[in-house]
Design a protein around this ligand. Structure first.
Ligand SMILES: [Zn+2]
Length: 282
């Protein structure tokens, strides 16, 4: 029978440079499972950005990162681009089970895998086996504090999704009949894809840190800008329209907005509402 210290040693080696708290919890996980006769080994933990690029490139033959082609044929193994995976932050680990003698890896997801997921959750991890859209059974991660580092995708629900939908809505992306409902469905996915296309970033319908940062940059001020307005936001608009930047929405600004709307093929009213805003800043 394999000894617990051996499993822990192997796991430590594979985890690499994860955060201290993750390392401790991983060790606890291996120990608790061991007492129940489940032999867990951590297969990976910290992952560099280049390693992430290699993984993301699998199944995406044309994927280029930092001028280098990482694309490969095959099956997609991750939806996280370099920098988007919690592994890149040292807050995630992947595990697998081994046979009693420690010699054979066991990859069949059975009730023991589910039990390890449950132990992980009791230690504060989220388990990839619970994900709705893309099951990642070996994956355990410790939630990060910053909300914009969360990757939002189809199947997700809650306050952060609502926030995302509000931003999309304000920018004039249609959310269909359900509107801002806090549930990331097909329509939200389409809206995110459309935004990504407009913002000229990778189009995958998943709102990761890059997409969410871009959204923040583009987000519409809340009410239409029209003649008489005076603000920093007017300056932003004038800059894009390539006219005199004085922050005052006067006749010249209005005329420039009309020209811009006409050229863009959208309704010409001289007012910067959500749709005009979106055309201006994407
Ligand atoms: Zn993982």
């Amino acid at each position: 029978m394999i000894e617990l210290v051996e499993l822990i040693e192997r796991s430590m080696k594979n985890m690499g440079n994860v955060e201290k708290v993750v390392e401790e919890k991983a060790t606890q996980l291996v120990s608790i499972a061991y007492r129940e006769g489940i032999y867990v080994q951590i297969s990976s933990g910290y992952r560099s950005l280049a390693e992430q690029a290699r993984l993301y490139g699998k199944g995406r033959p044309f994927f280029v990162w930092k001028g280098k082609n990482y694309g490969k044929k095959g099956k997609i193994v991750t939806y996280a681009k370099p920098g988007e995976s919690i592994h890149n932050k040292g807050r995630a680990i992947d595990f697998f089970l081994v046979s009693k003698d420690g010699r054979t890896a066991l990859w069949k997801v059975d009730e023991r895998w589910h039990r390890v997921g449950a132990i992980g959750k009791s230690l504060g991890f989220s388990w990839g086996g619970d994900w709705k859209t893309f099951k990642d059974y070996p994956h355990l991660e410790l939630a990060s504090q910053k909300s914009t580092s969360t990757v939002l995708k189809r199947g997700d629900q809650g306050k952060v999704v609502k926030q995302l939908q509000q931003q999309l809505n304000q920018l004039g992306y249609s959310l269909g009949k359900y509107g801002v409902d806090g549930s990331f469905g097909r329509i939200t996915e389409l809206a995110v894809s459309q935004f990504q296309k407009d913002a000229k970033i990778t189009v995958d319908g998943i709102a990761g840190p890059i997409t969410r940062k871009k959204l923040k940059e583009f987000v519409y001020p809340g009410k239409p800008l029209k003649t008489g307005a005076k603000s920093e936001t007017v300056k932003r608009v004038q800059k894009v329209l390539d006219i005199k930047v004085d922050g005052q929405f006067g006749p010249k600004t209005e005329a420039a907005v009309r020209r811009f709307q006409d050229n863009s093929g959208i309704e010409v009213d001289g007012i910067v509402g959500p749709i005009t805003w979106r055309y201006l800043f994407s």
